[in-house]
Ligand binder design. Structure first.
Ligand code: NAD
Length: 229
């Protein structure tokens, strides 16, 4: 049976595809306040502003292409059972060819009913506007987990982490919970790797590649593929 590799990715894995991260100097939060565009209260106060923010993210996504880091993670599937747990709302892992991707914070290419969280619809690259309806007649909203909302996929993600034979963290500031807490579910005996150009606070032994995902992920993937020979 193939060993299991669990990969936790954040905005940094998509940075080289031209998608802004949140907290870097040119990140999105330089231009927007979280509380204006990424909370349910913001949506109640000014739905058009919030919908426009995500319409713009969707436009940006459809101009972007997967980068070398996304592609390298697909190579790992030749020898391992690879599960990507991503905080990203883009679909670049899937477009690169990764087959098992769990989204913690939702997906830009989906919308859902404002009244029923389980009523999720594919929207692709379409915009959402006020008056657009979900199948139950309620307003359609982005299928995004906003700050302060529950993270339904955290439990399946924690279960994957508990069973990881190898764990890789890529391009996340580890500042957003509960996602950042997932590393505590990874067994102490599991080798861990980190790829990020900045120093990220992680309180356990971890092999660090302090560089961009485009080059660093290939090094981790080459090491793991060599171990599986
Ligand atoms: P963050 O903005 O807090 O941190 C980004 C991290 O990526 C930083 O540690 C930074 O050093 C690193 N980074 C920057 N360029 C990199 C590169 N080329 N290669 C590797 N690492 C690089 O992002 P986060 O920790 O994912 O923050 C969490 C929130 O941001 C999540 O909720 C996520 O939904 C959201 N987000 C998603 C996207 C996306 O879908 N692509 C984009 C922006 C923000």
């Amino acid at each position: 049976m193939k060993k299991k590799v669990v990969v936790l990715t954040g905005a940094g894995v998509s940075a080289e595809s031209g998608i802004s991260t949140f907290r870097d100097s040119d990140g999105l939060w330089e231009h927007y306040r979280v509380e204006d565009v990424a909370t349910y209260d913001a949506y109640l106060r000014n739905p058009q502003l919030v919908l426009d923010f995500y319409n713009q993210r969707r436009r940006e996504l459809f101009k972007a292409e997967p980068n070398e880091a996304h592609r390298q993670l697909v190579r790992l599937e030749e020898k391992y059972d690879v599960h990507i747990v991503t905080q990203n709302i883009d679909n670049l892992h899937e477009r690169a060819g990764s087959t098992q991707v769990l989204h913690l914070h939702g997906e830009l290419t989906k919308g859902r009913s404002d009244k029923d969280d389980s009523l999720i619809v594919e929207i692709g690259n379409k915009e959402i506007h006020l008056g657009d309806k979900a199948p139950d007649g309620a307003q359609l909203r982005p299928h995004i987990v906003w700050f302060g909302e529950a993270v339904p996929n955290i439990e399946p993600a924690a279960e994957l982490c508990e069973r990881a034979d190898y764990f890789i963290v890529i391009g996340t500031s580890m500042a957003v919970y509960p996602a950042a807490g997932l590393i505590h579910y990874v067994p102490q005996s599991t080798p861990c790797y980190l790829v990020d150009p900045k120093a990220v606070p992680i309180s356990r032994p971890i092999t660090i590649f302090q560089e961009k995902a485009g080059t660093g992920v290939k090094k981790v993937v080459d090491q793991l593929l060599a171990l599986a020979q």
